[in-house]
Design a protein around this ligand. Sequence first.
Ligand code: ADP
Ligand code: MG
Length: 703
Amino acid sequence: MRPLVLNPLFAAAVSLDGIGPKIGALLTKALRQSGPAGEPRIIDLLWHVPSGVVDRRAQPVLAEAVPGAIATLKVRVLKHKVPPEASRAPYAVACEDETGRIDLVFFHADRRFLERLLPLASERIVSGRVERYGDKLQMLHPDHIVAPEALAELPLLEPVYPLVAGLSIKTLHKAMAQALARVADLPEWLEPRLLEREQFPAFATALRQLHRPTELADVGTAGLPRQRLAYDELLAGQLALALVRRRSREMPGRAIIGDGSVRARIIAALPFTLTASQVTALGEIERDLGAPSRMLRLLQGDVGSGKTVVALMAMGQAIEAGAQAALMAPTEVLARQHHDTIAPLALEAGLRIGLLTGRDKGKARRRILQRLASGDLDIVVGTHALFQDEVAFKDLALAVIDEQHRFGVQQRLALQAKGGPTGADVLFMTATPIPRTLLMTHYGDLDVSRLTEKPAGRKPITTVAMATERIEEVLDGLKRALDGGAQVYWVCPLVEGSDALDLAAAEERFAHLRQHFGDRVGLVHGQMPGTARDAVMSAFSSGGLAILVATTVIEVGVDVPNATVMVIEHAERFGLAQLHQLRGRVGRGERQSSCVLLYQGPLGETAKARLEMMRETEDGFRIAEEDLRLRGGGEVLGTRQSGIPEYRVAEVPNFADLVAVARDDARLALERDPELTSPRGEALRTLLYLFDCDEAVRLFRSG
Ligand code: ADP
Ligand code: MG
């Protein structure tokens, strides 16, 4: 049970004054970048970290005000200069102090409102950007106007936050103030020694300092409030990982030893030989499976590096031992695709394979369930549907989970539990090249196998970056490519925070390409119903469509070897990891592939560096490291699309140094107090709830 003292923080954000359904929806959008999906709660608001701060501390007299700079001024209202009716001129309020004059300027002004706000001859504190207009000073739409008595309420250091259109910073500040008021002092969960060494403020203090800074350093990633909260988040994450791992280890495992017969048949059915890194990975998996404890291994390999075959071979070993294996994918499309890839090989090796997704209903579904329960199926491929209670295996020995970060801890344990008293071994697969620091943050100390080389016969992908103005050249090039029988992905611009705009851009491009290339052009996007999307995808896979216009839904795992051209529009808006994943959709067959990065100039430093990196290398691990370096603090993580759970306060790399400290801290805490029942233990449980790690709390026996 969640500690009662946290209840005020877990109420819905819409319960705050001034946050109705409309603002609530905008808030959901703004917070989606940092929080979990769904209705934001007050705690999510508090985790919405300032992206910077407006410094209003300069309080010069007018003669010393610096044009271009933010200033807080004390002035007297001289005169309201009301523009004549039907004039477009702005409304101006002339003000002065002993040293000079300034006009406060308002467009679309409401006269009565301004007269009440700025009565003649009254003194006012105004804060905003001072500008020079001709030989005069002016301030356009001051950010704050208050009476001198209210100066204390004016935030001299005002945090700014990532917003979305329609949500004003004022609204957010109001909501944040209410949220902060709900933060109670909580029992300390950090050790006194660590607090002292790091000079960390208390949790509640840190939150207040972060959102109501009194020094510039309070908001920066190097500032103590931020460091403290980041540490808290990392500690919660590491505790959760340690708990999951402990639970997995505690559970008895079984030795899955095969005679190699099924694997030999699979190898015989392969039209290629395994790469050296596939062989190495298989050796590691074979050893883990054969050991009497549970396997928990991550198979990491770039798109197209051949993870599926490795998974199939691992499943082969389980089947040799007389057991069953399951392969789970995060989406319907991927599950079907995995099934279609594996089925022919499996059949040739004499294995019985089935597919189970949420869309399978009625008789077909019952039949699959029955075959799984009776042991009449060796392999099942599926989606989340495999977690459901009614899915029972005769003897599940191995669960392969593709792109595992999309599944929660609880689901992962649920699938493991389907292996009966001895549990199932688990192999995760991910195409996201995860740098070491991130791995440790998000996975704890999972064992890792890496596929580092591409299968033989792959040609490097030619990557070019072109300004959007040259789109006609691209279309000419496409025409030639299509005449030569190529297939093309055309990825549409990402509009940050807006699915609707994403869609509009995609539809517009789709219509445009149709004018050029007729009905050989298809469109897929995230808002399409699954069946419609599958229909378009399969028309593209079978060659019925030559150009597939898509929002980024094609990013993960889709395999059409004949597709050899990838065009990415507004490439400057995509993160490196995303660009890399997208490009990986081509270059899968024997033919020369190319990738066109269409960008809209002028490019910022980071965008330029990203595009250059893309031209320079196809090495996913290098790209991942560079991505991490380039992203720095403020930018929205490119990895979001690829599903790595994001830390909200503690995004790597700013807090990389704290990860190892938090890991050791978590381990030690559990060693001393395995069930977290001591006072510090109780406090740590509270911490787990604060960061939504409550799935892990359920792993305690005294849950
Ligand atoms: P991933 O899942 O890692 O993205 P896949 O397993 O889908 O990659 O493999 C991509 C393609 O490469 C598939 O068509 C697969 O048959 C092929 N492939 C896998 N291993 C090899 C290999 N050793 N040599 C040649 N082709 C391979
Ligand atoms: Mg794959």
